[in-house]
Design a protein around this ligand. Sequence first.
Ligand code: MEV
Length: 438
Amino acid sequence: MNKAISGFSKLSKEEKIKWIANQYFSTPTEAVALLKNYWNSDEKIQKLHDEFIENTITNFYIPLGVAPNFLINGKYSTIPMAIEESSVVAAAAKAAKFWSTRGGFKTTVINTEKIGQVHFIYKGDVTKLNLFFAQNKNKFFSETESITTNMQKRGGGILDIILKDKTDLLPNYFQLHATFETKDSMGANFINSCLEQFSKTLKEEAHHYDLFTETEKDIEVVMSILSNYVPNCIVRAEVSCPIADLEEKHILNPQEFAEKFVQAVQIAEVEPYRAVTHNKGIMNGVDAVVLATGNDFRAVEAGIHAYASRNGKYSSLSHAKIENGIFTFWLEIPLAVGTVGGLTSLHPLVKLSLEMLEKPSAKELMQFIAVAGLAQNFAALRSLTTTGIQEGHMKMHLNNIINQLEATEEERILIQKYFKRNTISHSAVVTFIENLRK
Ligand code: MEV
C-alpha cells in the first residue's frame, strides 16, 4: 500500500486520525478510540494543545510529580517534575529530605550571558573587514532598536558584538559573535530577531562601504542563529556537612561513605563512559524540572553536554571533596531558561508548576533546576556506593511490572507484600503471579 500523502496538514484532525488508523492499524476503530481517549474533555484545553504543533492527533501523557522538602538557601520549596522514569521523583524527594536536616542546598547564579552568531563568508582583505566593523559597530545596535527597546526596559539587551575571524577553521569564514542579557525570558526569539537584523545591516553596510572591492562588498551570510552553548550562563548548587552528620540508615560508617562517594565522583571526572551515565543521572532531575516549567529540554541538554566537554574530554558536571572533616558536593551547569514567554503563560500545567515555585525569576528557576540535578546525582551515587541501584529502582518499578501483568487488586497486594522481603526482578514477579494463579 502506498503510505505517502500530500496535503496531510490541511486535513481536519478527524480526517488525519482516520487516515492514520486505516493505513497503519489492523483494528482501525480501536486505534481511533485510543487516540480519542487521550483527548481532553475540556475543548478549550484540547484546542490549545492541538495548536502547539502541527498535525496533533492526541496528547501524550507524562506524569507530573512533585518533590517536597527542598531547603534552598534557607527557604523550603516543592519542586514540580515531569518525568516517566519510576524512581526519579522518589529519589529527589529522598535527597531533599536528607539534606533538609543537614543545612539544605546553597545556590548561586554565577552569570547570565546568552550568545548568538551571524555566520558569514567574506572573500577579501581582513584588515579592511576589521576597519569596516569598527566603523559600523554602532549601526548594529541602532538598527535593532525597535527589537531591543522593550528588553532594555526590563534591564536586558545586546551586551556586545565582536567580529571573529574563523578562517583558520574554514576558508573565508567569519562571525559576528554577539552576547545578550535576556532577563526572565529564555530569549530565543529576541536573540534570533536581533541576529537577523544584524545580518541585514551587515550586508547593506558592506554594500555601501567605499573601501571594499566589488567582491568584498558581496558578503554572504550563511545563517544567523542563537547558540545553545552558554558557558557564561552558569548556576552552581552545593550541599555540605560535617562527615559525622552523614550517618543514617544506609550510611552506618559516614567516613567510609564520604570517601567512597568522592571516589565515585572522581571516576566520573576522569572516565567518559562513567561520566555520561553520571551526568545522565543529573539530567534526570534537570530535564524533569525544565519540562514541567515549559522550557526547551533539548536546548538545555545540548548546552550542558557541550559544557561537560569544555576541557576537551567529556567529564563529570559535579564534584565532591572532603576537607577538614567537611563533605562538600556541588555542580555547575549552564542553563538558558525562561519564566516568561514561550509556553510559560500558555500551557496550563506549566503555569501551575511556576506558581508552585512561587513565580520564580529565570535566575531563581536556574537554581531550582540545578538543585534537582544535584539531588538526583546525590541519590544515585548514594545508592550506587551503598545498596546498589537496583533495590530502590526495582521497588519503584514493581508497580510497572504489576500493571504489565494485569494483576488484580488482590494479586497486587500479595505481590507487594511478598516483594517487600524478596529481591524484585521481572521474572521473579512472573513466577510469583503464575504460582498465585495456579
Ligand atoms: C538512571 O536513570 C540514572 C543512573 O544510572 C545515574 C548514575 O548511574 O549515576 C542511576
